[in-house]
Write a protein that binds this ligand. Structure first.
Ligand code: ADP
Ligand code: MG
Length: 682
């Protein structure tokens, strides 16, 4: 149906004035009357209401939004004039009707030429936002005779539309016009970039993204890392890149309305049946083990790492203190290991199953890397871009090849991992973005393979301050063990042959996903018995570490608290039990057994963790013992070669270490050379 513009406006006026909702209230009349008090310039209309009121009008609006939205705005101003003429006058140029909840939400990759110039509803993750710029909407030009002519501007293309001739009667100027900036009308303008959300991305596809123009009161409503639903008009814009045919256009979405979607995972729906199934699992004997073995069933073994990953996904709630500071609830875990130990496999799985999970490599896939950055666009606009940990806000960032991260990230990640924010100050943009993200990172050892004779610091190319921000660090070593090798091989071959898991996971993928979302809602109470357990273990660790070492810090206690809470959440317990505390202690012990073993004594020594090279003390002691043994009762001179061989027999030290300790003993005068290659103890 075709109506005149005036007629269409009347329909909209009727709607705004007359629409009554289920409570029989004049919904939009009330909203309009409240605009002045709220100092807003947007009338937000639910599409469903309009459709219910007049289906034809609603569908026409979707098909030709440029025309219909303009009439809708005019209708809103007319209605506002009746309520508050002063305010109506004030906002008349920038009062907008904004539509929400269009019936069909389409995916960003479904936006094609068919949607051009229509109103669409899409959802996406905001990856970039630009600085604010004034955009000319009604340009004032002055001719050579100083007459003013106004020209309305549309779109955001780079050239300004100029008058064809001076509008003042009898003037006739057609060539010489100068822009009068003072009289030109501007609106606030910002470009944001939205990208398909990882959970909506078809497997193996690159995410699709769009530039979105945000104007007037929509500017600054979305920040990088936000997930939004957006109503907008798809526009084609001629590309002005030199050398490219002018027939090629690029698309852009002109936003009409944007709102954040469920900032919290718990807003995702869990049906009654699902809730029942989740509670049933938690009530089964051995529920915890069932859940752990359900993680990444394609990977054989690795129960410890699966357990840690599961607790990381569930996490513990962030706590706010009265002074505005917060206590981190997210768990961070680092896996360091030999190549081919299924680290990447586990990370990818976690990114798939965790709510708001995201898999990336240390380099990141964009300029913003792992944190955030300010980048300059081709057109000179400064853009604030979110990196992986900001995009995974309130979720999990699985960061592979963590040791390969950029230097900027290396310093910026401290803030993310402790304060849970990412700050940038560059090119006039100063911003702090939320990064309440759990990090599951994997790193490769510097020499390709993990060297157990070196401490973790020498094995991975990561600074101590970053390492200490991980709640747990595990080392995955690829050691030849025929029995184990055979089982893994059978597991992998079986999966190939049957295209399914050799043993079905107790909880399947979809349910585990929901289970985690459900568990994340809980806030179990921390109990005295759990505190007592943790504090006495912590004090014991502190006592064992010598005073000049900084290995065991209060961060360890916090880590164990987070892990205990995560376990209680996972079991859907209202209170953190002693058992939960013991489990978190066990995880720390298991970690110490992988990262803090003194190879000389084969005992856990927390000092080994970061401070002291592995078994330096042990090596020295062993060297002296060996030397004494070789020289015997009669104090015979000892040949260096014989010493090396004897030391190597212990199997605890590398040849390099042995030669070095020998040199050290010689240089420090503990031993001296009696003749070539023969030494005696001083
Ligand atoms: P990493 O990232 O540690 O170098 P990957 O995750 O890329 O190793 O694993 C290499 C391959 O070996 C993958 O295809 C993985 O599935 C397989 N693999 C390694 N260990 C196991 C295991 N324990 N069970 C099943 N598959 C494994
Ligand atoms: Mg890998």
């Amino acid at each position: 149906m075709e109506y005149s513009e005036a007629k269409v406006k009347d329909f909209f006026v009727d709607f705004l004035k007359g629409y009554t909702d289920e409570r029989n209230e004049l919904k939009y009349r009330i909203q309009i009357s409240q605009l002045p008090a709220k100092a807003t310039r947007s009338v937000i209309v639910d599409y469903g209401d309009l459709e219910e009121f007049d289906t034809d009008l609603a569908t026409s609006l979707v098909k030709d939004p440029d025309l219909y939205l303009k009439s809708f705005d005019d209708a809103a101003i007319e209605s506002l004039k009746i309520e508050n003429p002063v305010y109506a006058e004030k906002v008349s140029k920038e009062l907008h009707v904004r539509l929400r909840e269009l019936p069909d939400r389409i995916s960003l990759r479904a936006v094609t030429k068919d949607q051009l110039n229509t109103l669409i509803l899409v959802a996406g993750m905001v990856t970039r936002t630009s600085e604010l710029r004034p955009l000319a909407v009604n340009a004032a030009f002055r001719c050579s005779n100083h007459h003013l002519t106004y020209v309305e501007q549309s779109g955001v293309s780079s050239t300004l539309k100029r008058p064809i001739k001076c509008e003042t009667e009898g003037c006739g100027e057609t060539r010489n016009f100068e822009l009068d900036e003072k009289r030109t009308e501007f609106i606030d303008f910002q470009v944001i970039k939205i990208q398909e959300m990882p959970e909506e991305l078809p497997p193996g596809q690159l995410p699709q993204s769009f530039d979105v123009s945000m104007t007037s009161d929509l500017v600054n409503t979305a920040r990088p890392g936000d997930r939004i639903v957006l109503t907008g008009i798809v526009k084609a814009e001629s590309e002005s890149i030199s050398g490219v045919s002018r027939k090629l256009f690029s698309t852009r979405i002109e936003a009409n309305f944007a709102e954040q979607i469920g900032k919290r995972p718990e807003e995702q729906e869990i049906s009654r049946e699902e809730e029942g199934a989740i509670k049933a699992i938690a009530a089964l004997p051995g529920a915890y083990d069932r859940l752990v073995t359900s993680v990444a069933p394609a990977i054989f073994g690795h129960e410890l790492h699966k357990e840690a990953a599961l607790l990381l996904m569930v996490g513990s709630p962030q706590k706010n203190l009265p002074d505005g500071s917060t206590l981190r609830g997210d768990v961070n875990i680092l896996l360091v290991g030999d190549p081919g130990t299924a680290k990447s496999e586990l990370l990818k799985y976690v990114a798939r199953v965790a709510p708001r999970g995201l898999y990336t490599s240390g380099r990141g896939s964009t300029a913003a890397g792992l944190t955030a950055a300010v980048v300059k666009e081709k057109n000179g606009m400064m853009m604030l871009e979110a990196g992986a940990t900001v995009l995974a806000d309130l979720g999990v960032a699985a960061i592979d090849e963590f040791d390969k991260m950029r230097d900027e990230d290396r310093s910026a990640l401290h803030e993310v991992m402790e304060q849970q924010t990412a700050s940038v100050a560059k090119g006039g943009i100063i911003a702090t973005l939320n990064a309440r993200t759990s990090i599951l990172a994997a790193a490769n050892p510097v020499d390709g393979k993990y060297d157990p004779y070196k401490n973790i610091l020498d094995n991975v190319n990561l600074p101590i301050p970053l390492l200490t921000r991980f709640d747990l660090i595990f080392i995955l070593r690829d050691e030849a063990d025929p029995a184990q090798d055979e089982t893994v091989a059978r597991h992998i071959l079986d999966m190939r042959a049957k295209s399914s898991f050799p043993t079905a996971p107790p909880v399947d993928f979809e349910l585990l996903k929901k289970y985690i979302i459900y568990a994340k809602k809980l806030d179990p109470e921390f109990t005295d018995e759990a505190s007592t357990r943790l504090s006495s273990y912590y004090i014991k660790l502190r006592r064992e570490a010598s005073p000049e070492q900084i290995s065991v810090t209060p961060r360890w206690l916090e880590a164990m608290i987070r892990l205990s809470i995560a376990r209680a959440r996972l079991l859907l317990h209202p209170r953190v039990t002693e058992d939960d505390a013991l489990h978190s202690i066990n995880l720390v012990e298991r970690m110490l057994h992988t990262v803090a073993i003194d190879q000389a004594t084969k005992k856990v020594d927390v000092g080994v963790l970061y401070n002291r090279p592995v078994s330096e003390k042990g090596l020295r002691e062993a060297a002296l013992d060996t030397f004494k043994k070789l020289s015997g009762e009669t104090k015979q001179p000892v040949e260096d070669k014989a010493f090396y061989e004897e030391m190597e027999k212990t199997g605890s030290f590398s040849r390099d270490q042995i030669e070095k300790v020998f040199q050290d003993m010689w240089k420090s005068g503990v031993i001296f050379e009696v003749r070539a290659h023969f030494f005696k103890k001083a």
